[in-house]
Design a protein. Structure first.
Length: 442
């Protein structure tokens, strides 16, 4: 759910802000407004808490921003809290969307405002809104990039009451809103709270609005100071040799394999066993999530074989601060071959629940198969986390494996050290080293 999205760094309290933000920004009283006028929108600007004003830097004249054009934006204000990451992008077919809620309601969050964008026609228009991370994307050495901003839309924006006049959002994705005749809206970028603001601020990101008249392209095609897309141009070449069973493989969840359309439904009511083939559980969601592949492994026998996959989700989890429950951020599955555009093709099995310690499945005779880790929810901290698997068959005689993030990574996966480990390691989380090495029954 949107409320379960983690804050992947300690919350920035008002007492931490003076080294980054101007001295007139409120520190203890969110209702306090500065007396200094708002600064202009430039990458070197320092954020201030602003009253509700026209984002065009002219309080008396409405200057509509152009559509079909990438517009540079940066953090120039502070808001009280930030909008929660939406479960799915808002669309014109389902408008208006519900407000997803407020995260970090007691702290001041860097915010950027762009607009207004205007519907000057005498009919409703569907505005398609896209954006790129620009220089707000932080790329640690040897690790996947972390997004620094996500976008929302408002008819007008009150930084002290961010639930008011909300029109829609898409998290880290593009989204749509309906704009009535003669109406206008503004775009509000929230600092994602994934990293300390000292790392990425000030920074610049790009927004673009399409009222249905723009040529097909995206703002990321415009030049920016850093790469603005997390999608690879192609999948890594598969390994030409099969991986041996009975050996542990440690890996880091990366973006190099690309994205898939939705993810598997985690259905506990469908048995996970070697009693027979497991029916395909269905697809949850229709927006992009990352996946990783380890394999191929192989059943070399001329008969069907029961295989057990031992699974340690390692650092791929966070703790829901409301329920104190462990939320695993990637889901284990097995395919003969994996097609990110058709999750039913080649499906063999999955663990049904992401925190299972192992699951068994049937592999047809003389058949290769591969392990596929699927991102559960976009933006929930999966990229950069570390996990381990072991494929076990009847003749496995290896010693009990021990999880170690520093051992060899799978072929085709960058060796990236994780910088997003959870701050707490609940004792309830199993470790692969604590699991017995068992031989599944045929």
């Amino acid at each position: 759910t949107p409320s379960s999205y983690p804050s992947l760094r300690p919350s920035v309290t008002p007492s931490e802000l003076p080294s980054i933000f101007p001295s007139n920004a409120p520190t203890n009283n969110p209702s306090e407004n500065p007396t200094t006028p708002p600064t202009t929108s430039s990458p070197s600007s320092k954020p201030t808490l602003l009253p509700t004003t026209s984002p065009s830097n002219s309080p008396t004249v409405k200057v509509c921003q152009p559509d079909c054009t990438r517009i540079s934006a940066n953090f120039t204000t502070l808001s009280v809290g930030r909008v929660d990451i939406t479960a799915s992008p808002s669309t014109c077919d389902n408008f208006p969307p519900g407000f997803p809620g407020v995260v970090d309601p007691t702290i001041l969050v860097p915010t950027g405002i762009t607009g207004p964008f205007c519907n000057e026609e005498a009919r409703n228009l569907c505005a398609k809104i896209s954006f790129d991370q620009g220089s707000c994307e932080f790329v640690p050495p040897g690790s996947p990039p972390f997004p620094g901003v996500y976008l929302t839309a408002y008819s007008q924006f009150d930084p002290q009451n961010i639930a008011n006049d909300y029109l829609g959002s898409g998290g880290y994705q593009s989204f749509e809103i309906v704009v009535q005749p003669g109406s206008n809206f503004i775009l509000v970028g929230f600092f994602s709270n994934l990293l300390p603001p000292q790392v990425v601020l000030p920074c610049e990101y790009g927004v673009e609005v399409d009222f249905g008249k723009c040529p097909t392209r995206s703002p990321s095609s415009q030049p920016s100071s850093t790469p603005t897309t997390l999608r690879p141009s192609s999948l890594p070449s598969p390994s030409q040799t099969t991986r041996p069973a009975c050996e542990q493989v440690n890996s880091t969840f990366v973006d190099a394999f690309g994205q898939m359309d939705g993810r598997l439904i985690r259905n506990e009511s469908i048995p996970v066993s070697c009693d027979g083939p497991r029916p395909f559980p269905g697809v949850f969601g229709r927006f992009d999530r990352y996946f990783n592949i380890i394999g191929p492994f192989q059943n070399p026998d001329p008969v069907e074989q029961c295989v057990t996959l031992v699974w340690d989700y390692g650092t791929c989890f966070f703790v829901n601060q409301t329920t104190n429950e462990i939320v695993v951020t990637i889901h284990p599955s097995v395919y003969t071959t994996f097609d990110p555009n058709d999750l039913s093709a080649g499906y063999i099995s999955d663990s049904a629940v992401s925190n299972a310690t192992e699951f068994s499945f049937l592999v047809p005779p003389m058949t290769e198969f591969e392990f596929v880790a699927q991102e559960v929810d976009p933006g929930a901290g999966a990229l950069g986390c570390e996990y381990a698997i072991e494929v076990q068959v009847e003749n496995c005689t290896s010693a009990t494996p021990s999880f170690s993030p520093t051992t060899a990574f799978p072929s085709g996966s960058p060796t990236a050290s994780s910088t997003r480990r959870p701050t707490a390691s609940p004792s309830a989380k199993p470790s692969l080293s604590s699991l017995p090495t068992t031989s599944p029954s045929a």
